[in-house]
Design a protein around this ligand. Structure first.
Ligand code: DQA
Length: 142
């Protein structure tokens, strides 16, 4: 399967940012982990990261046609980006929402995902494994 993975702001600071929440591993560690898993399971993945809302939309619009599914962790944009929500509604691709942390056990503002309704399912609270669970789900569903 061909899976597009898009990460939002501050994910590039994994390992440096709030390690008690996001762990000690770096963004490169995350990418390598996902590339290894994909290779071992015969998936083709591309991984993008941007700190900019519009760039995230550009990546999805420019790339979605080449993929079977999208896994998106929009970072804090999850909680207020109607532009990313509209983008997900406008592209014809199965989308899954992923978070490293458990957004339901943190500050109240994180409990709201404005993109949730545009995604088939949410995966959260399991660190890197949240992404793996999303890939496994796709493997069963697509
Ligand atoms: C996050 C959760 C968001 O609330 C936060 O703004 C992030 C990361 C996660 O992966 O747990 O940047 O999406």
């Amino acid at each position: 399967m061909r899976i597009l993975i898009v990460n939002g702001p501050n994910l590039n600071f994994l390992g440096k940012r709030e390690p008690e929440i996001y762990g000690n591993k770096s963004y490169d560690d995350l990418k390598n982990y996902l590339f290894d898993y994909a290779k071992n399971n015969n998936h083709y993945i591309e991984i993008y990261q941007s700190n900019h809302e519009g760039e995230i939309i550009d990546i999805i619009q420019n790339k979605y046609i080449e993929f079977d599914a999208l896994i998106i962790n929009p970072g804090a944009f999850t909680h207020y980006s109607y532009a990313i929500y509209d983008c997900l509604l406008s592209v014809n691709i199965k989308s899954l929402e992923v978070h490293l942390s458990d957004i339901y056990k943190r500050e109240d503002f994180r409990k709201i995902s404005v993109i949730k309704a545009a995604c088939e399912k949410q995966f959260y609270g399991k660190g890197f494994e949240s992404y793996i669970d999303a890939i496994k789900y796709l493997n069963e569903e697509v």
